[in-house]
Design a protein. Structure first.
Length: 284
């Protein structure tokens, strides 16, 4: 007698990625791989001038052409990916930590402390973040480090306000009420139960914010208060090449496209994570 066939478990539709989502995830993974491993295989000539080969158009030898110093634009994009993406990750991580700390203290502390921190947060939200970051970066001196610190200082209010509201809602859940009945202290309840159950929204925001931060960092470098030449950071590369737009378009188009593609890719990744987290947002 033939043994009955065992049916394979049905796939969970919610975990199945569409072709577009697979493309976005693969693109983000590709960008991260370039940032991590690209500089390891880049030639030493990335920062070395070769005036004899300056402003050469794209060719087999130089896929994206050369800049005004004769440096290969393609390899400078590869090296700049590490500087740009790691700086964006650092900015988002720093202001997320600040925001999480303030939101946790506000939600766990007495009412007067909550009100004080949230009024400070509201002031931060009312100020134009880009202008304030520009002011901080200019005051500290033009450099990539100044831009990172300035954006970390000005980027936390949104995270703090959003997470504090979510934590307040989580505190009304039944498992929180049960823990309070068992005598769990409020601070332990916040750090061990409420905060971990509120961070999924922060993960969605973190992914999308990386793309926005890449664009803002490039903007600060372009106007002269971020990364400085001869840095291969994409915004600094665009700033160095803006005088050659009409004669050597590739020196601006290549890093500009890199900024746009990276910003859009991480923004779409944030949207995908949001949809996966809340299936009700998924279109029919």
């Amino acid at each position: 007698m033939t043994a009955p066939a065992i049916a394979a478990p049905a796939a969970r539709p919610g975990l199945r990625l569409s072709p577009f989502e697979i493309f976005v995830v693969a693109l983000v993974a590709f960008l991260l791989a370039i940032a991590l491993f690209g500089p390891l295989v880049a030639p030493d000539s990335v920062y070395r001038s070769d005036i004899a080969n300056s402003l050469m158009p794209p060719s087999f030898d130089h896929w994206f052409g050369t800049d005004d110093q004769g440096r290969d634009v393609f390899w400078r994009l590869i090296v700049g990916a590490q500087t740009t993406l790691l700086s964006a990750f650092l900015v988002v991580t720093l202001y997320s930590l600040i925001g999480v700390t303030i939101a946790t203290v506000a939600a766990a502390g007495p009412r007067w402390l909550d009100e004080t921190l949230m009024r400070i947060t509201d002031i931060g939200l009312a100020l134009p973040g880009m202008i304030v970051a520009l002011g901080f970066a200019a005051a500290m001196g033009p450099s990539l480090q100044s831009a990172v610190i300035a954006m970390a200082i000005t980027g936390w209010p949104i995270t703090a306000r959003m997470l504090r509201g979510i934590m307040r809602q989580t505190m009304e859940a039944q498992f929180v009420a049960g823990a309070q009945v068992l005598g769990v202290s409020k601070w332990r309840l916040m750090t061990k139960h409420v905060l971990p159950n509120s961070l999924d929204v922060l993960i969605v925001k973190w992914a999308g914010d990386v793309g926005t931060t890449v664009l803002v960092l490039a903007s600060l470098s372009f106007i002269g208060v971020g990364a400085q030449p001869p840095s291969a950071e994409w915004g600094a590369t665009i700033a160095s090449a803006r005088g050659f737009v009409s004669t050597a378009w590739w020196t601006v188009v290549a890093p500009g496209a890199a900024v746009a593609i990276t910003s859009i890719a991480f923004g779409l990744l944030g949207d995908i994570i949001q949809v996966r987290r809340d299936p009700s947002l998924r279109g029919n």
